[in-house]
Structure formats: structure tokens, C-alpha cells
Design a protein around this ligand. Structure first.
Ligand SMILES: [Zn+2]
Ligand SMILES: [Zn+2]
Length: 330
């Protein structure tokens, strides 16, 4: 069987024919395999969900315990239909996984979901999984995207906090993954006092701590006289009255997109921090070279740029043109 007889892009998302399951479906399906807990990948209402224990926990935190009728932890190879599937760390957020599909007859396909090659203190590192077909994201799939060392961005934050000791530093970061990543990096950079967090981050930060990821002392960003100069909040908080309780704040935002200065200006960000949980251009091209698959399938973002690179470098590639994954929290 050819790869496109095994896995197909559909309205609901990627569908595996011999396994009769969907990966990260956008609409309710009877059997979903889910790579990670971000809202554009993990949705409620599927008949059954197979995912890592942490992704299942995160879905329960976000959607309630009844987010699916039946859940199964992916803790080893699983037989589904005439395929064997296995989950492997993707290095993107806590619990994130790549899904490898080995059909009884046909090529091995790895759906990487979202992934990142740079070490992240809040999750297991990406693990290269050899395959015939590699399905990759292209969120930052253009040569201009080269993410700096995140500790370099942290030193810019520290410098700003030292320069403006009387101004609270409000850092926007998506609630799942990025917020905890930023807090863990701040700890590595030497900030050891309490860090204030917006209420929307509380449960997910608690869950990370319960999973053994040390985020240090966190306090709610509610007290008027908070003993913390650093505040982490989801981006939505910055367009709400919540932000008005802070006097003369330095507004920062942690995202791979902050490399695009126009985006930072548009959001009124004074302190853009280029911190990403996705592969940048050098990482995605290096990964394709390393895995050396016979086909690359591209989704999520700058498909054309990566298509061109694949063509120039002798990799057969196709764009999947899946719609609905454009709200990636990054
Ligand atoms: Zn994601
Ligand atoms: Zn995504």
C-alpha cells in the first residue's frame, strides 16, 4: 500500500484508513489519537481518545473529566485495525508526542504534531523516529525564522527588570506550555522569588508542578501590593480590564512570532521575547535531513517555503493543506 492509501487529509483532520482513526481531529470522531493538549489539536467530544497520560490529564483539566466517553493511555505500542501505533516525545509541551503508524503492509508514517528540537525544561526532548513518510509542521517554515537561544531572551528580560525596578513586567504567554516554559526559564536565569501568575494559569501550573516540573513559588497576580516584579498572563488578559490594575507596566510577550517586529508593534509589546516551542527553519530542515524519509508531508503554516526547500534538496514532498490548525498557541 502507498502512504496516501494509509493516511489521508480529510475535513476532520488526518485519517488513517487501515486503523480507522483520526489524528488530532477538528470535529468529533469515534476514535481520536491526539498528539498534544493545545486547543487546535485536542478537542472534546470524541468517542475515544488515545494519548499520553499527560495529554489526557491536560484535556481533563481544560474540558472536564467527561471530555470523551473512553480514554486510553499510550504507554507502549498499540494495535489498531491492521496497524501498530506508538507515541514518541515531540519536545513541544508537556505530554506532547509524535505518533508513529506502522501498517502491516506499507510504509511507516510519523505524524510529528508540533515539535521542537531545542531543550525545554518543561517537557521530554524530541526523539528522532525513523520513518518512510514524515509529516511535519511548517509553522516557522521560512528561512527568516531562526529562534535565538531562549536564555539570551531571558537576559533581556532581566536587564529590563533591573533598568525599571519600579515597573511591573507583564509577560504574555499562552496558558499551556509557553507560560510554564517562560517561568522555568526565568528560574534558570536566576529569578528565585515569587512570580505572579494570572488566575487562568493556576491549574495548568499546578499540574506541571505535580508532574515534577519545578516552577518555584507562584502567587496569584491579584494582590495590590504583590511582592513580585514579574507577572505572567495569557495574551487575552492584555485586552481585558485585568491589565489596568498595574501601574505603568512593561508589556512583554513570549512567542516565536516576536521575531516579526511588526507583530510586536501591532500588539503594543515593548519587550518582545522570541521564545518558541516549535521548530524554526534550521531545525525543521535539519530534522528532514536527519530522518531522510522518502516523502515529506507538510502542514501548519509556511507549506510553500518548505516545499521549495524539499524540491531543491531532493525530498519528495506534498502540502496537506489541512485547515483549522491556524490558532496554534505560540
Ligand atoms: Zn501545539
Ligand atoms: Zn499545532
Amino acid at each position: 500500500m502507498r502512504a496516501d492509501q494509509i493516511l489521508q487529509p480529510t475535513h476532520e483532520g488526518l485519517y488513517c484508513i487501515p486503523g480507522d482513526f483520526h489524528i488530532d481531529p477538528l470535529r468529533p470522531v469515534h476514535r481520536a489519537l491526539i498528539t498534544h493538549g493545545h486547543g487546535d489539536h485536542a478537542r472534546a467530544g470524541h468517542g475515544s481518545v488515545l494519548a499520553t497520560a499527560q495529554t489526557l490529564d491536560i484535556m481533563a483539566i481544560r474540558y472536564g473529566e467527561d471530555f470523551t466517553a473512553s480514554r486510553q493511555i499510550a504507554d507502549g505500542p498499540v494495535r489498531i485495525g491492521t496497524t501498530t501505533v506508538s507515541f514518541h516525545p515531540a519536545g513541544h509541551i508537556l505530554g506532547s508526542a509524535q505518533i508513529a503508524i506502522q501498517p502491516d503492509k506499507g510504509p511507516k508514517i510519523v505524524v510529528s504534531g508540533d515539535y521542537c528540537r531545542r531543550a525545554n525544561p518543561v517537557c521530554a526532548p524530541y526523539e528522532p523516529v525513523s520513518c518512510d513518510v514524515f509529516v511535519t509542521e511548517a509553522t516557522f517554515g521560512l528561512p527568516v525564522f531562526r529562534h535565538p537561544d531562549p536564555m539570551q531572551e531571558m537576559s533581556r528580560l532581566l536587564a529590563s527588570m533591573a533598568e525599571f525596578p519600579d515597573r511591573p513586567h507583564l509577560i504574555g504567554a499562552y496558558a499551556l506550555g509557553k507560560a510554564q516554559h517562560v517561568i522555568a526559564l526565568a528560574r534558570r536565569a536566576g529569578i528565585d522569588g515569587p512570580i505572579a501568575i494570572h488566575g487562568a494559569l493556576q491549574r495548568l501550573c499546578d499540574y506541571h508542578q505535580a508532574q515534577g516540573i519545578d516552577l518555584g513559588p507562584l502567587i496569584p497576580a491579584t494582590a495590590a501590593d504583590m511582592p513580585s516584579q514579574l507577572v505572567v498572563a495569557p495574551p487575552s488578559a492584555f485586552s481585558s480590564p485585568w491589565v489596568q490594575r498595574f501601574r505603568d507596566p512593561v508589556i512583554g510577550f513570549a512567542s516565536g512570532w516576536m521575531q516579526v517586529r511588526a507583530r510586536a508593534r501591532q500588539r503594543g509589546v515593548e519587550l518582545p521575547l522570541v521564545i518558541s516551542d516549535h521548530v524554526d527553519w534550521p531545525q525543521v530542515t535539519q530534522t528532514i535531513r536527519q530522518l531522510n524519509p522518502s516523502e515529506v508531508w507538510i502542514t501548519h503554516g509556511a507549506e510553500e517555503g518548505l516545499m521549495r526547500w524539499c524540491a531543491l534538496n531532493g525530498f519528495a514532498a506534498r502540502p496537506l493543506r489541512l485547515v483549522g490548525y491556524e490558532e496554534e498557541p505560540e
